[in-house]
Design a protein around this ligand. Sequence first.
Ligand code: CA
Length: 229
Amino acid sequence: MTRERILVVEDDAIIGSELLKALSAGGYEAGLATSGAAALADVRAHPPDLILLDLGLPDMEGVELCRRLRAVLPQTVIVVLTARTEEFEVVVALDAGADDYLTKPFRLTELVARIRAHLRRRAIEPGDRVISVGRLRLDLPARRAHIDGTEVLLRPKEFDLLAALVTRAGEVVTREQLMDEVWDENWFGPTKTLDVHVSTLRRKLGSYGQITTLRGRGYRYERDAVVEA
Ligand code: CA
């Protein structure tokens, strides 16, 4: 089995080398890029399975780099690393294509556990399940979504979230369940990641999306199309 590759984009030499050490110890092939330009060159040469992206880089706006990495790597998991003071930047980064974020300082064990969860979920699920609800067709093993035969391009976490809702169409799925299943079983932080992903899904699915918000409880993917009055 080939080892999964993780690219660390971090300009701080000490943090960078600690991350590399922890990732190698965790069984991953880890590479380091210390600037945005180096990161863009590296992913073209060796497409990674996951990117750890420090938002504070010397040569490029972190969010802009996130957007550019996402444009060339639609399937790679991107986790941004941010300082506690950069809360707003997190929302913008999630919108620019990041799947998740970690706030510095964090424990290396927590980081590796989070990475493991991301890569495990990204792996192809067993069985060949295809689910159709309304005009949406979800191919779970292929991780593809179609509406009336036209593919809707989804990022890894968007697909996982949609799959979590559609596999239980007609039922309420709580925020906690979604955070557990799609992000991390030990999640206890803020859940704006979830809201940003739901609104992106709604935008991508357009009027065929059938996600209903149950305020304070969770979301439900409707079995039948909702007819607007
Ligand atoms: Ca930095």
